[in-house]
Ligand binder design. Sequence first.
Ligand SMILES: [Zn+2]
Ligand SMILES: [Zn+2]
Length: 186
Amino acid sequence: MRFQHAPDAHPMYQHVFVTHQQLAKLLIEHPAMRPNLQQTFSTPANSKNKVYFMWDFVLRTFPHLAAQVDPRDPISSPMFSDVVGRAWQAKFLTIDETGELNKMNASVGYSDDNGVEFTDEIKALANTLDNLPDGCAGCGKEKRDNGKLLMVCAKCKEEKYCSTDCQKKRWKSHKRHCEPAPATAA
Ligand SMILES: [Zn+2]
Ligand SMILES: [Zn+2]
């Protein structure tokens, strides 16, 4: 894949984009993908195994990101929470050791999972998919311009901002999700 994200994309967008791109590359280089390499995206796979499943799953996250998430203000795009949900799901299915993915695959007629395992490199990367950087919700900066710590939304205490500009920019979208933080037990 030779897609690139916008150079000024928000760090959270960049994180999701780059980790998914790297994971798709590792998956396609996995030996279990060899029988499928001659095929196009839309034809059924020769070997329907879990590596193929995850590759397909990871690639399908890109259209959501590319078409429906604003790279500079991802958190304000309703689709971004779906994308993060997919990232979490991809991570869970890849690192899970209880056989969830095998069961799921078996239930949809995938039958080539015998002896197929993800590499440690794939698992380690999958583990970071939903690990979003914790910066300004508006622009991604990790500090205020004066070097001080980010401001925190006074109501929910979840979103952080580098400036009142970023806070204002986010409010239109954030007010729909901003819930008062639970009172801490006295
Ligand atoms: Zn900011
Ligand atoms: Zn808030």
